[in-house]
Ligand binder design. Structure first.
Ligand SMILES: [Zn+2]
Length: 73
């Protein structure tokens, strides 16, 4: 049973690794997420990291989509 979950997107391969009693996400680009007590949280960090690189402008914690324009009638 593999305890690793990999999120791969746009060349970023983030993997959730266990470190002692904590879990954290690590990416091939060198990024490292904070230590989480829950593996699901670390996986979310990995997802957010790879998702952040989906656009050309990678924000730290961008919650809005710059390209989402709502056309007025
Ligand atoms: Zn990365």
């Amino acid at each position: 049973m593999a305890h690793e979950e990999t999120q791969e997107k746009n060349g970023h391969t983030a993997t959730v690794v266990e470190q002692g009693r904590f879990c954290l996400a690590r990416c091939t680009c060198g990024w490292r997420g904070p230590a989480r007590r829950a593996r699901s949280r670390a996986r979310t960090d990995a997802e957010e990291h790879t998702e952040a690189h989906t656009g050309e402008d990678a924000g730290e914690d961008a919650g809005e989509h710059p390209g989402d324009h709502i056309g007025e009638p």
